[in-house]
Design a protein. Structure first.
Length: 119
């Protein structure tokens, strides 16, 4: 743009784009859905019913993403609910794996003081 006779053409959507992002996204979504449909879940956590599997996945997500206290509270809530529903039978116990990285991230977040930028 510094020399004469140089031109710049800008397309803000008034003509079709050369790269069809919508088509690429659609194809990618279809490929992922097909991959999911081909995947068998029969070998995942054998012995767990649907509710137990969902509870375990939620607890793992919470623990891994740094919501350690929330994961513990969730496990406690599931345990109490299971005891109430089971009566004398054994209550569901969630296996909370300690995610040290998540705990360290959480600890650093709460220990680092908030510093305001000076204007």
């Amino acid at each position: 743009m510094k020399k004469t006779h140089e031109h710049l053409r800008v397309n803000f959507g008034q003509t079709p784009f050369v790269y069809d992002i919508d088509k690429v996204m659609r194809e990618e979504r279809e490929a992922i859905r097909a991959d999911i449909q081909r995947t068998s879940s029969s070998t995942l956590h054998t012995g767990l019913d649907e509710n137990s599997l969902i509870h375990q996945l939620i607890a793992q997500y919470l623990g891994h993403d740094g919501y350690v206290e929330t994961a513990r509270a969730f496990a406690s809530e599931v345990r109490e609910e299971s005891r109430t529903l089971a009566g004398n039978e054994k209550a569901e116990e969630l296996d909370l794996e300690e995610d040290m990285d998540a705990e360290n991230r959480q600890r650093q977040f709460f220990l680092v003081p908030y510093v305001r930028e000076r204007s």
